[in-house]
Design a protein around this ligand. Structure first.
Ligand code: DGP
Length: 116
């Protein structure tokens, strides 16, 4: 069995370090990003420690769908009626720094495209 390494997000899930949690259910947690790149910058993560999208398994299908609908719910809670961007940095070239799957929700300003 491959053990998933613990990360800072595991510590947030276990309440070992503080976070500004904006939503939680049995499968997911959402909290504000410590280094916000937009007026609203929230991370949605599964409680299950999946490394990233590239390593997700077929058995994670329902969980991944749940995370996207959690993004929708959190965006509504955050009042992002004007729209928002959803980002999943995946692996080294994707700019991933925390190896626990997470979805960035960015909003509260007009976002440019393409990203750097
Ligand atoms: P990524 O580059 O996609 O792996 O983004 C990781 C994000 O996690 C980054 O935007 C900063 C955020 N982050 C890192 N450590 C912490 C932390 O301890 N608390 C919170 N709230 N966010 C963190």
């Amino acid at each position: 069995m491959t053990l998933t390494p613990d990360t800072i997000f595991g510590k947030i899930i276990r309440r070992e370090i503080p976070a500004n949690i904006v939503y939680e259910d049995e499968l997911a947690l959402a909290f504000t990003d410590v280094n916000p790149q937009a007026p609203t910058h929230i991370l949605v993560i599964p409680k299950k420690p999946i490394v990233n999208l590239a390593t997700a398994q077929a058995e994670d299908q329902l969980l991944l769908g749940h995370l996207l609908l959690t993004v929708q719910k959190v965006a509504q809670i955050a009042g992002l009626e004007q729209g928002y961007r959803v980002v999943m940095n995946t692996g080294q070239d994707g700019g991933q720094t925390v190896y626990h799957l997470h979805i960035h929700i960015l909003g509260g300003r007009s976002l440019s495209w393409p990203p750097g």
